[in-house]
Design a protein around this ligand. Sequence first.
Ligand code: SF4
Length: 412
Amino acid sequence: MIRKTAKKIIKKAIKNRDVGLLRDKQYIRAQLGFDWLGNLSIQMGPNCNKACRHCYGDYGPHRYGLPDPDLVEKAVRESRKAGITTFTLTDGEPLRSRNKEVLEKILGNRNPEVPIAILTNGSFANTDPNTIKWMRFLGDNGINFVDENGDIMCVSFGPVYDVHWHNYCRINFGLKEFFPDADFGNVLTYRLMRSGHKDERRSLNQVFTAIASAFCGRDVKLEFGEGRENSRGNNSYFLPVKNGTSMEIVLDRCDPMGRARNIKVVREGYPEKKYTLNNLNFRPETIGSIWLKSNGDVSWGYSESCIKKGKIYGNIREASLSDLKERILDDSVYQGFRLGGVRFLYHMARQVGEFKGRGRIKCDVCHDIFGDPELIQGIRERLGPGGHEGLLHLVDVYREYLDETGKSLKIR
Ligand code: SF4
């Protein structure tokens, strides 16, 4: 089976919630026979130059800690052997002077064919000289915004970021000046974080104007549609770029995590409820990410908000990235999560302990499970030793779960 086929099998089984497909060996092979942990997410905080009121990780100037350049360098050097095919810089602001050294280490030590996604709040472009300085820095350090599968930048915006919209104009014109051959619709994405703030529409219009004036002709119109990477079910606006790919403005939403819990509209939009097998969404992973914390701890997941105590697999200081990744891939809890998502782990948690499963979103259930190392250990024991040897036992437990609970899979 090739990866493309495996992806198709996984997507089809998940979309249809078809018990027959989900218990079939094709699906099990597609989920566990491939290394889906191809992305390395590098934490750029928790110290951050902004203190956004919706921050999912409660990051900001009040937090202590930035990535250690030596540890990041080690991870990046080892990334080729560990099969890393993309990097994501997130969980804090990458483009700030205090992270310059770490950026140099990342850009200088990566395999240039492995693209980087820079997630920024856009604050770096607060003046013309600063914008030029950062564009030059990126260019001098080998950022590749020109090739089709090269590096990308995603600018998060909205009233919650408190960044002046002129920054977005400077980013657009800076990119045009320093990377004139780029297909900007492929390189740059804007992401509106919606929190119910009254000025959201105004922010969107400002970004629209900033994009239109830099990349589009006159009389340009926003087109509404499904986002390109629509894993969260987000919608997007698209702006046709002259002689290039349309530029996307993703309409994202704040989850009630971190400081976003303090926003009334967000909190009210997600009332706390009791989760059961009937209302717990079934969504196992299709792809995945390894996460490197600023102190060198390694886990799986996209950002710190998904990482709890029971999910740390060691520190990059003491083990190679490949070894740490092997530990994750061989862990029966990770394998179980791939097969059956949080719903399967919830079922296991209820079998091994007094697990309640209350929260505002599905992630809360996951966080509660992984936040309790004893519970995770219990689930691990129940799922067996993991790795290749443990596979038969794991699959038996998983199929038993499907047989017992398959009927409620279709219920949302
Ligand atoms: S949302 Fe992003 S920019 Fe804002 S405080 Fe959190 S990490 Fe920093």
